[in-house]
Design a protein around this ligand. Sequence first.
Ligand code: AMP
Ligand code: FE
Ligand code: FE
Ligand code: ZN
Length: 293
Amino acid sequence: MSTTGFDAERPIDLHTHSNVSDGTESPGEVIRQAQRAGLGTIALTDHDTWDGWDEAAAVAKAAGITFVPGVEFSTQVYGASVHVLGYLVDRHNVELYESITEVRESRLTRAERMVERIGVDFPLTWEDVLGESEVGATIGRPHIADALIRRGIVADRSEAFESILHWRGGYYQPHHAPEPEEAIRLIRNAGGVAVLAHPGSRGRVGLDGGRFERLVAAGLAGVEIYHRENDEDSRALLWDYAREFDLIVTGSSDYHGAGKENRLGENTTEPEYLQRIIDAATGTKPQYGSSSA
Ligand code: AMP
Ligand code: FE
Ligand code: FE
Ligand code: ZN
């Protein structure tokens, strides 16, 4: 295997999280886990940040794994959360940087507000939450969940999301996020490739045909079909859209370390689709690994 392409023989996983957002492992540890799982290519796609790229790339280089830089953008449609994966964006693009900075700052204020409200009924403080997150990490409900676990208020993240952190749980607060069309335009303008993440997840906003057409018009290039939160029916529908709009089709784990049950490589992407992502991108390039490492 040369350093001019990725290894098409080994599995490709294009959606993972580190503790730079709401995963539980450092970016380097995610790559080491990928190596242990036998993956040949991995994308790190932390929520609203690319701060893990350099560490992940350095460890991937030593591990002989191809590294694809990515970000999972938080967007919303009438208050419902929609995630858009952006691959190979230019992180020096000012507009994109300003947009994700705004989202991250709003996430911080929103989490503080949620903790304030939770603190009225439960022994939970903002310091508890800071203790569960890395400095500068994109803060999300999972960090509040970890603080609730530490305090013995819930057993695990899932229980937290089903009760106190549920959007109807009485403590929920929204955060600012652009509409998906806007995020897609920003990704494209930064030379990246936009892929709609797990459209069949709770809410199923991403399955609406009219919406899908508008996303494609805004520059959506692909759709994540093979993901544990897309059931059989949504996969069939998404394949119809993929054929209709000639979309790139991906499959990924959405690994969060110990924060979720999702295991690395549980879903994978076909090499020809990764090649299409690489060919369409002008923002940056993957760092190719060599299997001789
Ligand atoms: P937020 O973006 O802060 O509203 O939180 C949503 C994040 O929480 C998503 O990115 C998921 O990764 C994570 N999440 C949602 N539900 C669960 C769950 N049941 N267990 C663990 N993590 C979850
Ligand atoms: Fe997450
Ligand atoms: Fe997501
Ligand atoms: Zn994700």
